[in-house]
Design a protein around this ligand. Sequence first.
Ligand code: UDP
Length: 373
Amino acid sequence: VTVACVVGTRPEAVKMAPVIRRLRRPGSGFKVIVLATGQHRELLDRALADFGLRSDDDLGLMRPGQDLATLTARCLEAIGGWLGRARPDLVVAQGDTTSVLSAAMASHCHRIPFAHVEAGLRSGDPAEPFPEESNRVLTARLADLHFAPTPWARDNLIREGIPASRVRVVGNPVIDALRWVERSAPPTPIPTPTAPGTARMILLTSHRRENQGAPLARICAAVRTLVARDRGLLVVFPVHPSPGVRAVVDRELGGIDRVARIDPVGYPDFVALMKASRLILSDSGGVQEEAPALGRPVLVLRDRTERPEAVSAGACRLVGTDPDRIVAEAEAILSGSVPPLAPISPFGDGRASDRIARALADWFGLPAEDPSS
Ligand code: UDP
C-alpha cells in the first residue's frame, strides 16, 4: 500500500515524523512517500532531518509576499498534479495549514482516500485563528479517516456530523516525537545560552499570525519588565525567520541584557531548552502539548486555544498579550507561589503512531504485523 505523507511546515514535520518512521517499519506493508510542499522550506527540512528523514519530492511552492489565495491555488494545483502522476493509495497529512487543506482537496478531486492526523481541534470561534480554524473544519469535511488526539477532539468531530466509525482517538504523535528524541537524539553539546549569575530561564516563542505586530511588541514589553525586575532571570527566544517577526523582536528586545535572541534550533535542542526552563511563554500549538509532558508550565500568549486539555489539567494558562498580565502570571510561577508541575500528558502516551499504523492496516485489510520483525 503506497501512502503519500504531505508536509509543509516545521510542526507538521515534527508530528508526521513518528508516523512516517512507523509506517516504514519493515513488515508494515506500507511504502511511504514524503511529499513536501515547501510552505516553510528551511525549518521543514531541518525538522525532517532531526528525525533522520528527508522529503522524496518537494513542490517548492513558497514565494515571497504570496497571498493566501494564491498559495492555496498553487498548492491545490501542484499537489493535484503530483497525485495524478503518483497515484498513491492514501494521502496522510497533519494539522491545519494551507498545505493540509490543499492536500485534502486534491485527494478528494482524485478520489484518493485522505487521513487527517490531529483531527478535531477547534478554537470555538469559526473565524479565528485565521485561516487555521477554517482549514481544520474544511479538512474534516473531506477526510475519510480522522485521527483525533483526545476524546474532546473526537467529540467535536461527531458534533459536526462525522460518523464515529471514521474517527479514532490515538493521541498526538508529537508525544511520540518527544519520546523518540529523548531516547535517540541527544541535543548538540550546549544548546542553552547562559548568562553569568542567572538562576532561572524562561523560554519564549511567538510567531503566530494573530500576534504579529502590536501584540508581539506587547509580549516583548513584558519580557523587558521581567528581566529588569529579576536580575537572576534569563529569557531565551528562538526567533522565527519570518521578516515581520524578526523586525519587531529586534526593535523591541535588541540590546536588552539577559534576553538571548537566537535562531530557531533543531528539535532535540528545543526539547533540551524546554527542559532547562522554569517557565515557557508561547503562542505555539505544539509547545502547549510538549511542555506539560515535560512538567514545564506554559503561559499561552493567546486569548483562546484549540487545545483546552492542558489548560483544564492546570499545565497551561491563557494569558493573552497584555504586558501587566504576563508579568504578574510569570512572576507568580517564578516566585514559587504556584506549586511546580508534575509531568502530565493529556495528548497521549507516545504510541499514537502505532495506533495510526494499526488503523490504516485495518482500513486496507493488511495482515497483522509479525511482532518479531
Ligand atoms: N520547535 C523547534 N525549534 C524551535 C522552536 C520550536 O524545533 O526553535 C518545535 C517545537 O518543539 C514544536 C514545533 O517546533 O514541536 C512548533 O512549531 P511552531 O511553533 O512553528 O508551530 P505550531 O506548534 O504553533 O503549529
